[in-house]
Design a protein. Sequence first.
Length: 332
Amino acid sequence: MSTVSTPEKRVIPDRLGTPLRRIVASWEVLLFGVAVLIFIFNSLASPYFLDAWNLSDATFNFTEKAMIAFAMALLVISGEIDLSVAAIIALASTAMGAAAQAGIGTPGLVLIGIGTGLACGVFNGVLVSVLKLPSIVVTIGTMSLFRGISYIVLGDQAYGKYPAYFGQGYVVWVFSFEFVLFIVLAIAFAVLLHATNFGRQVYAIGNNDFAARFSGIPVERVKFILFLLTGIMSGIAAVCLTSRLGSTRPSIAQGWELEVVTMVVLGGISILGGSGTIGGVVIAAFVMGLVTFGLGLLNVPGIVMSIFIGLLLIITIAIPIIARRIKIMSSR
């Protein structure tokens, strides 16, 4: 009696790889490996790198920029961008400087700095969310507007005479108030993006703005809030930077918008929107801080650092696009 063999049933997995494999292959793990390698290289290249107080000083290379990058990450995930963040710092610092000359104390200066950032965020948010103007065009315009106001007010002068120890000091040992604030904000934004309904709305908008509207998500309101957050974080960064420098010039934070965007993209946030994590941005902040501090210890000129940051931005944007094209070509 003959039997007819039936073909084996093929099981198609509903997920690509195991959770452990996905974690190991993630951009964040790769970036963390790069950070470790940079740390080791800097340790071997300079005998001063491993000093605890030098490492504490190194955190000032990225904490203020990273504070803005946390909010910028959410904005980019939603499909928008804000290139006026450095100019907001300049305007907020100018407002704080004028207030300091009038004798206003530290609490008032902090409120003025954050309030100025909030006002700038509202202005950008209205232009993009209410008037439906392209965010890249709007924020290029406000970048010139906000910094231009600072130049008109200050000219070639500078504000000083800030209160003694304004915003300075250490919480414990080598951990500055600014670094602790950076950690607290990183946790807060991680929770906001990855553990709340608001964060899920941000991802949905970035993946498909049109579908998000039909799902009942208030797209304009969410984007408006994101511009407010970016303005507020720029104001907080202005408070930290101004207190650290002890003075205000209209050129303060010049070029920071490039470094903030580089930090966001290097952290794995898709420039096209819809994907990325706050954890990646945190690691990217450390990577950029370690690189710039290490180059500084080796007396590398600042223009070389600018060239490096520009190349880093191009490479991190190009890698996923090229990888996607290679994948499409190999599947044909």
